[in-house]
Ligand binder design. Structure first.
Ligand SMILES: Cc1cc2nc3c(=O)[nH]c(=O)nc-3n(C[C@H](O)[C@H](O)[C@H](O)COP(=O)(O)OP(=O)(O)OC[C@H]3O[C@@H](n4cnc5c(N)ncnc54)[C@H](O)[C@@H]3O)c2cc1C
Length: 307
């Protein structure tokens, strides 16, 4: 019987592991399909406090893990493939390993939607990004492209005009899902150009290891052309990793965990941390802070239950 199982080994899960390990709760962390989480996809992180020169994403998240291990946190590889949260103790299946636990901290993140092009995947962290707040700063005076047609695309494109010499929004349709106010704001911005009925077929240049441009296809005319781009941002949504908890805890229409105050979910003893619940901030520091909150709540819950 475990006191706490933490689902996910990104910033949120690893921080929850530090706190629960230091509280002598001997946490078990299921690392998931992406050990280290989203930060393992990126290169330089310049906005995590405490690193004046910046730090590589994979090093940052590995350091947090090592810190947790130094206090006794245990890590297992693999994902939680089944969860029974209907009664306590909760029962989890971590790829065949069955675990019973008094509390669960869900820190399974939300994965960015990508176009799925091979060239795009190779260039994530080298000019391809899903986070304008994180990476916009690297493209001062450069050519930026944003893919998407919703409010986030308009918001991120407007934000990116602070840095880029131009921001081209590529959208596969003529019409936008974005609200009128967001669209009007983007249209009024002289730095933003719209490329509608257009799709990206390739991101150049995987051979050089850095984004230099894209191949575009106009869906109406069939015209194919290349365009120079330095920063390529995807804003086509995120998928919260909550499939395994569907029907067990309250999720919103998009699958994000609904918070019941602090780090609490709809099930007592099950807590949320990080991007799996946060669709607004999505930052390493906010995920780490949420991991701390979930750990403190789990600790108090166990204390109140006499453990
Ligand atoms: C390219 C890129 C660059 C970024 N740059 C920055 C930056 O510069 N600064 C910044 O502050 N933020 C940045 N971010 C955002 C930041 O990475 C996220 O906000 C942060 O990683 C969220 O942490 P998390 O722990 O909530 O989730 P994640 O990092 O997504 O981690 C989720 C974890 O859950 C695991 N998991 C999923 N499903 C299961 C399951 N069923 N069982 C077990 N485990 C599971 C995964 O394997 C993973 O380990 C960037 C994101 C990306 C994609």
């Amino acid at each position: 019987m475990r006191n706490v199982v933490i689902v996910g080994s990104g910033c949120a899960g690893n921080t929850a592991a530090i706190y629960t390990a230091r509280a002598s709760l001997n946490p078990l962390v299921a690392a998931g399909h992406e050990p280290g989480g989203q930060l393992s996809l990126t290169t330089l992180v310049e906005n995590f406090p405490g690193f004046p020169e910046g730090i590589n994403g994979p090093d940052l998240v590995e350091n947090i893990k090592k810190q947790a291990q130094s206090f006794g946190a245990e890590y297992v590889s693999g994902s939680v493939t089944e969860a029974d949260l209907s009664s306590r103790p909760f029962r989890l299946n971590i790829e065949g390993q069955r675990v019973e636990t008094r509390t669960v901290i869900i820190a399974s993140g939300a994965s960015a939607r990508w176009l799925g092009l091979e060239s795009e995947q190779k260039l994530i962290g080298h000019g391809v990004s899903s986070c304008a707040t994180c990476d916009g700063f690297f493209y001062r005076g450069k050519k930026i492209m944003v893919v998407g047609g919703g409010d986030s695309a308009m918001e991120e494109a407007s934000f990116l005009t602070r840095f880029g010499s131009e921001v081209a929004i590529v959208h596969r349709r003529d019409e936008f899902r974005a609200s009128k106010i967001m669209l009007d704001r983007a249209r009024a911005n002289p730095k933003i150009k719209f490329l509608t009925s257009t799709v990206v077929e390739e991101v150049y240049d995987a051979g050089k290891g850095v984004v230099t441009g894209v191949k575009l296809r106009n869906l109406k005319t069939g015209e194919i052309r290349d365009r120079e781009v330095d920063g390529f941002f995807l804003t086509i949504g995120h998928i919260p990793n909550t499939k395994v908890f569907r029907g067990q805890i309250e999720l919103d229409a998009d699958g994000y965990i609904v918070s019941h105050g602090g780090a609490r979910t709809s099930v007592q003893g099950v807590f949320h941390a990080g991007d799996v619940q946060d669709r607004v901030y999505r930052q390493a520091i906010t995920a780490a802070a949420a991991g701390c909150m979930a750990a403190v709540e789990a600790e108090r819950f166990l204390e109140a239950e006499g453990h």
